[in-house]
Design a protein around this ligand. Sequence first.
Ligand SMILES: *Cc1c(COP(=O)(O)O)cnc(C)c1O
Length: 429
Amino acid sequence: MYTLKEPLEGRGNQLFIDGVSAKSLAEKFDTPLYVISETGIRRNFQRLQNALKQHYEKVKIFYAAKANSNLAVLKILESEGANIDTVSPGEVLLALTSGFTPDRIIFTGTSVRNDELKFLSDSNVIVNIDSLSQLNRLLKIAVPKILSVRVNPEVGAGHHSHVITAGKHTKFGLWEKDALTAYKVAKQAGVKKFGIHMHIGSGILDVKPFVSALGRFLEIARKIHEQTGVDFEFVDVGGGIGVPYKPEDKEIDLQEYAEKVLSLFKDKTNQYGLGEPYFCVEPGRFIVADASVLLTTVNTVKITPYRKFIGVDAGFNTLVRPAMYGSYHHIIVANKADARVEEKYDVVGPICESGDLLAKDRPLPKIDEGDLLAILNAGAYGFAMSSQYNARPRAAEVLVKKGKHKLVREREQLDDLMSSQQISAEWEQ
Ligand SMILES: *Cc1c(COP(=O)(O)O)cnc(C)c1O
């Protein structure tokens, strides 16, 4: 049987999340419902920070807000002393609203508009440049106090081709030659402080790709340092640490990750004369994925000559990862937490597409209408990627902590589907 990990726990046949019963939350707030454990988020952040700090003092963790940008989540991480990685002006605004000061915010956008560059410049956040075009347009607006360049270390990795963000065919980052030009141009324009950045991909459970990309990355940093005289205040190695989704997946060994990555980092910064820059990481998924579950109610059990379908009230409008990446999410029957697996089902949502599948051929206990399913590891790229497709209002989010709960995002209502639309008989000339 699947062993539940903190913050999940079975008490008899009932699933509890951070000390709160899933059933009671579903009754109070209805489903589909995202349940976020504060204890889980804090634990993940602290585990990573402790592992890294054992090897190097100057560590900064930038939480990648795109994984889950709920204000409650951002505030928790702010209070832990995290920094934050943002990819849009909207995320910068959410970060500022949650109490992050601009010096704790880095912006790593791609295909950035001029008005967005102006907003970033006015906000005084650290801008991480993704192209020479972006740099030239930024310098016309203002000369930033500190500037970082995202380089392509030519080594990518990830759980799906969509999330590999370095290597030959990626749109992200600057190749070495352009990176050299970028630092020269920025220095000439009067920029005084610099960082350097890479982000190779997402959902990586193996330490090797991080180490090989870092090796190449630091060689590029060395060339930049030698050829332009730039010193780095920080070296940011990006995010991408994966989490186990399938029961047989092995957790990344954090001690091994910290030891291998930081020993290479210390050796090479020393050997290349790069001084003692801050070592920065940008985990998104690792911090929030296993801290949340998505609760969804079974409304239909439908047996056809070929398949056994369970129809639930969450679809790919609520959680798109299975449809988009073919991702696996483990499922627990929250009101039959101690029941044995008996049947194989396809768990399907209310969206009118055959791709609206949360799980295929999934062994589960015998399912009845009204059962409550908990879709695990839903905290990263869950709510954040949800939509109103099929004109379905988005789900609510509730925060739980040691037996207490509070609603942190109201469920959208049908009226919200119409709130920004206009029906007018008038045509403008
Ligand atoms: C998406 C992203 C991250 C976070 O990726 P995870 O796999 O969730 O850790 C970090 N940095 C940048 C620049 C990103 O785009």
